[in-house]
Write a protein that binds this ligand. Sequence first.
Ligand code: RI2
Length: 322
Amino acid sequence: MGLIEVASSIKSMEIRGAGLIARSAAEALKQQALDYKGDDLGELRRRLDDGRRQLIASRPTAISLWNAVQATMRGSSSAESADELRSLVATNADSFVERSSKAVGMIGRIGSKRLRSGMTVLTHCNSKAALGVIKTAHADGKDIKVYATESRPWRQGLLTVKDLAAAGVPKRDRIEHGAGVPTTLIIDSAVRWIMKEIDVVLVGADTICSNGALINKIGTSQVALAADEARVPFIVCAETYKFSPKTVHGEMVEIEERDASEIIDPRLLPPKVMVKNPVFDATPAEYIDSIVTEIGLISPYAAYEVIVKELGQESIFEANEE
Ligand code: RI2
């Protein structure tokens, strides 16, 4: 798949999930670099810069995308030949993808220590990082039950239940037997009602701000409110590249709004009725018990330190230059 196709698949959500869009963007930039066989350094720079812009513009909310693109392009301004630039971009992309994939595994191991046998988990949307925690606990022999929200309008909850049903079940038995992790699908508006049965909420992240606020799938903040009311711990599972250096400069996270037709066919509506389709929302740090990252379980109030230490002063500087 070429870069233009990757950017358009991210936009149309054929490629989705904050981690996967980041890895796909890094790989697309690498491909863009390798596809140019010439030795004109300026031309290769232009192609990469174009690609970089297209990828960043494909979805506006998840900072994982921006962090992935920055990590892939880091150091590129000092390259002295097309060859040097090509191999730098390829090496950076490979190392980002490797770190990103390893991080999901580390999060699974760290987060699963918070799950004991007999616990019931609620998860919202479809997060690889959050599901990794549940699947690791399941693989360790812990008896975990899950409630998964449908997550309208895209219904990512259906991906979640399929993934959990297949967890630990040999491939040939999946369709026939399913039910790797006992999982119950609920509609989004059932969250407060079901909360009395929940021991812990686990969600993913698209962006974590420097003040510890979480930007995640629309409805996450309602889940957090219901968890807070019921004194149920609300845990976020997020790789460190989901923390936002841009928010250090006071930049607000843009909340993506998608087409109304994702919710309803507009022809079914009476004249002058409007539809609004925001796809993410913000949960303040005070509702978050902890964040599981690949460097450990941290408080949301440590977000600034994660940005400085893990993403580096360089990323804060770059974020200011945009
Ligand atoms: P992982 C998703 O966004 C969800 O909001 C999910 O919580 C988040 O990305 C993180 O996903 P979308 O692409 O990286 O479905 O943990 O809009 O897989």
